[in-house]
Design a protein around this ligand. Sequence first.
Ligand code: 5GP
Ligand code: MN
Length: 345
Amino acid sequence: MKAFASFQKEISTPKKIFITTHVKPDADALGSSLGLANYLIKKGHEVTVVTPTDYPSFLNWMKGNEDVLDFSAPKQTAKAKRKLKEADVIFCLDFSVLNRVNELGDLIRRSDAFVVNIDHHQDPEDFADFRVWSTEAAATCELVYELIVKLGDKKLIDKDIAECLYAGIMTDTGGFRHPNTTKNVHHVVADLIEMGADNSQIANWIYDSNSVNRLKFIGFAISRRLVVREDLHLAYFIIGKKDLKKYESRTGDTEGLVNYALSLDGIHMAALFSEREDGIKISFRSSADVAVNKFAASFWNGGGHKNAAGGKSHLSMRATIQRFEDLVEENKDTLFPTKDLAEQT
Ligand code: 5GP
Ligand code: MN
């Protein structure tokens, strides 16, 4: 691992830079990538942003969105590979294990470029030459902001960059509600607003852009696909392929659904199981003192943060749910250390 000075030297002259982030990018993943890209372009670098998959259309307002290459789109793969091959510097943002970027992971592992990892997830893999990593940070966007400031370029943060970074902090703190919403978060977003970020407009673009189908889908999921296990302080959604098809679900449409399960009184752990092309995608959420990242990493080939994590299952839906309930039951003492489950039963 190299020191800050070698990183600073590496980007002190114009370079070919490749920025990537995790599959199905959210606002923090795309916002940190485009916020950083717009800054590096201002510094005279040639920058390409490549996402491993597509992302929700409610992020399309970010500056630089039109130039993002989707590695999974057949027509864009070759160009993305070429850009990766030509790169002097590769930035990996908002993930810290290479299996989070699909096939791009092996290409990055084999690359001779200077690899930088900026992230706030637990248990990083050792693949970078330089790392900006803190699990104390609420969002990768917060770390990118601090990095630009540390590089002495605070004055280069304009409205476009500020808005990309603001978006990631807003969503990764659950709209400034999660326990990761620190004093520092408020200081950073205050700066970003001062630099031109239109906070209310960004909230509107991201949270108030539902289609009628999506709203109906949420209603359907809550009334027909929600399982509540009060005895285990647990609630979860089971969403099948047919449900997604019926409501013409698009990328990002299931985002936030799991929070409705967690919003129930007395529920401390929530999950969403959704049936995708490549298996069952699982999202976990939990209240402050319940850690779901270890549960995701130990049993579901995943990871994430203490209160928001995810993973996968390649079993059938029925078998997945059975395994999930069994695992929660077996591990309830570690999952819910301070909850008196016996009292409930
Ligand atoms: P979401 O449920 O919104 O997809 O993800 C919640 C959090 O868990 C995010 O921070 C995300 O990066 C992480 N996460 C989701 N799925 C996976 C996964 O399959 N592997 C790992 N390592 N992290 C995941
Ligand atoms: Mn993040």
